[in-house]
Design a protein around this ligand. Structure first.
Ligand code: ZN
Length: 298
């Protein structure tokens, strides 16, 4: 991914992010290889400090920055601190790298013979590792991993913890002192995020068939994915959804709007629509899924 592509991908998945300094051009490519990249490595910073941008950007005398690509703050915001080779992965096990490439279960990490900084994107989560990360951090981690896997067409097997890599003494991401999280559970959560929220692929065009100059008759838009309809989401699909709800007779919910910000009003209108349809009412939580979407636009 280029820096522009990662920004587009963060937006596509509705991930809150901020850009720090000259992150797009900040890397250690002059010190070694960068790419091909095969996965995302998850770290804790070992500190609960509220602002860890400068540390991750500049690093230390012994370990110059950038120390990762993504800093993940306690509130779930991603801070972009570098793009290219970064000092986060150290040396690890070539057998582990092979397994990541093949997306197979990881073998024991008993060697340190392979340069990880060339091979992994890195996310540093701002917490000590001696306790659990915040819910917001975990939610964003799942989305970030899904966004990266979506771009590369990877599955959850491309996500590993630093503690699985083979750098001696590492146990990140942790949940209590010295203890790494159950990364298989993390991966299975990422798998759920990926399968639920993967934005719909555009329909392939029919080969050999020229595009017609006449205006095609409007078709129902494809369900874009659940990512776009969650607390804090703001995007065009929320507007599209709201306008369709108004069309279908649920305008009474909207004293204002509909607009791009996902609100309790949108949720109430969706829920009312779901409750009014027997196929939907058993799962009427106010969040649109593919079936709700299909019925709303049919
Ligand atoms: Zn680490």
């Amino acid at each position: 991914m280029t820096a522009a592509q990662v920004v587009a991908q963060l937006k596509k998945f509705g991930i809150p992010f901020k850009e720090y300094k000259d992150w797009k051009n900040h890397n250690r490519n002059h010190k070694g290889k960068w790419g091909p990249v095969h996965g995302l490595m998850v770290h804790h910073t070992g500190s609960d400090a509220k602002d860890q941008r400068e540390l991750l950007y500049a690093g230390t005398a012994a370990l110059p920055g950038p120390l990762c690509h993504f800093g993940l703050a306690q509130d779930g915001t991603i801070h972009l601190v570098g793009w290219g080779r970064a000092n986060h992965a150290g040396s690890g096990d070539d057998d582990v790298l092979e397994a990541v490439i093949d997306e197979k279960p990881l073998p024991a990490d008993d060697e340190s013979n392979t340069d990880g900084n060339a091979r992994f994107y890195g996310v540093e989560i701002w917490y000590s590792g001696s306790h659990e990360m915040s819910d917001a951090q975990y939610a964003t981690l799942r989305l970030l991993a899904a966004a990266i896997c979506d771009f590369h067409d990877w599955e959850e097997g491309s996500v590993i913890g630093h503690g699985e890599w083979g750098s001696p003494g590492k146990w990140d991401p942790g949940y209590k002192p010295g203890k790494m999280m159950d990364m298989d559970k993390v991966r299975s959560d990422i798998k759920v995020t990926l399968s639920k929220g993967k934005p719909a692929e555009p329909k392939p065009s029919v080969p050999g068939k020229p595009s017609t100059p006449t205006k095609p008759k409007p078709v129902a838009p494809a369900f874009p994915g659940r990512y776009y309809f969650r607390p804090g989401a703001k995007n065009q699909y929320v507007t599209t959804l709201g306008k369709q709800l108004v069309k279908k007779g649920y305008g009474k919910f909207y004293k204002q709007g509909p607009g791009p910000q996902w609100t309790a009003v949108d949720r109430a209108a969706v829920k009312a629509f779901q409750l009014a349809h027997k196929e939907l009412k058993n799962d009427a939580d106010g969040y649109p899924g593919p079936l709700t979407w299909k019925m709303l636009f049919s």
